[in-house]
Design a protein around this ligand. Structure first.
Ligand code: BTN
Length: 323
């Protein structure tokens, strides 16, 4: 985002007096009064409400609710995740855009976020519905050094813990259904899709996609999913600002990724288990066949540990918990 516009928001929101005059803005930014005016109009178009009072000046009344590139880059407090942030109105899938960018050499931490995806994809080639402006649909390009390809799937669990930690701040009882689903009150709120490009025993890059249903009303949810899916609005009974949630969540994700890289997966394991969906309960799991299993936790690799009816413990690297 343009540096001048960022500085303008800074001056308008952090000025000691409530209002700052047009002349002062022009002096501080070292641009003409008419250039200040143009930037101010651009901010208004993005959804900033700016009040102008004669003989006093200007102030920001509110920031945009809709995703806005300016608000995102302004609010971001991370060191590396999202420092290059690409915002798109509509894409097929942020995963596809991210893979293209990664192949072209996009740096570690690049984030692609879209208002709408027309071909959002989930795990097991499922369709992921991503309605315009209602949710957070974003993909991060990660280039972790010294990580073997078999450990890439741990990043899904790391991201799930970061999301669960973040959402718990809103007093929501978040559960993680192994490996990639976030549930509230028995309904799916969010999903994670981790895709990797690797050579032999080295990870080239990882695209970690996250989709969160945010401001969906019941009728905004996919009809066949209405009993199974939910949104933050439906659970917390309040609308959420997409810019705020995305920037705060990127911060949370960065903290967890850094922890994972410096300390390894063992520090995440216990946190993950504290959110585990149906821990200690009998469920139906699908591997090659469907069978009954009791969820025991995850192991040091992040594999799901379950016990069958003969009390044998299995470590599952690929499976689906059906219910
Ligand atoms: C799942 O639950 O199966 C994973 C869903 C992942 C959806 C996100 S939305 C952003 C990114 N782009 C996609 O096409 N998919 C992921």
């Amino acid at each position: 985002m343009e540096g001048t516009r960022k500085r303008l928001i800074d001056l308008l929101s952090n000025h000691q007096q409530p209002y700052i005059s047009g002349q002062q803005l022009s002096d501080e930014l070292n641009i003409s009064r008419s250039a200040v005016w143009k930037h101010m109009n651009a901010l208004k178009k993005e959804g900033y409400q700016i009040e102008g009072v004669t003989n006093k000046g200007y102030r920001i009344v509110s920031s945009p609710n809709d995703l806005s590139e300016t608000a995102l880059s302004w609010d971001l407090k991370t060191d590396w995740l999202g420092q290059r942030l690409i915002y798109k109105e509509q894409v097929t899938s942020t995963q596809i855009v991210a893979h293209d960018l990664a192949r072209d050499g996009a740096e570690h931490g690049t984030v692609i976020v879209a208002r709408e995806q027309t071909k959002g994809r989930g795990r097991m080639r499922r369709y992921w519905e991503s309605k315009d402006g209602l949710g957070l649909w974003f993909s991060s390009i990660l280039r972790p050094t010294g990580i073997e390809p078999k450990r890439a799937s741990q990043l899904t669990l790391v991201a799930a813990v970061a999301i669960a930690d973040y959402l718990s701040k809103y007093n929501l009882d978040v559960k993680i259904k192994w490996p990639n689903d976030l549930f509230i009150n028995g309904k799916k709120l969010a999903g994670i899709l981790t895709e990797m490009q690797a050579e032999q025993d080295a990870v080239e890059y990882i695209v970690l996609g996250i989709g969160i249903n945010m401001n969906h009303d019941q009728q905004d949810l996919f009809e066949s999913e209405r009993n199974k899916a939910t949104s933050l609005l439906l659970e917390a009974k309040q609308p959420f600002n997409l810019n705020t949630v995305l920037t705060e969540l990127l911060f949370e994700l960065e903290v967890k990724f850094d922890l994972f890289m410096s300390e390894g997966f063992s520090t995440i394991k216990g946190q993950w288990e504290s959110y585990a969906y149906k821990l200690g309960e009998w469920v139906s799991v699908k591997t090659q066949t469907e069978w009954d299993a009791k969820i025991c936790g995850i192991d040091e690799d992040g594999a799901l540990m379950v016990m069958n009816q003969n009390h044998q413990v299995h470590h599952l690297y690929s499976a689906e918990i059906l219910w």
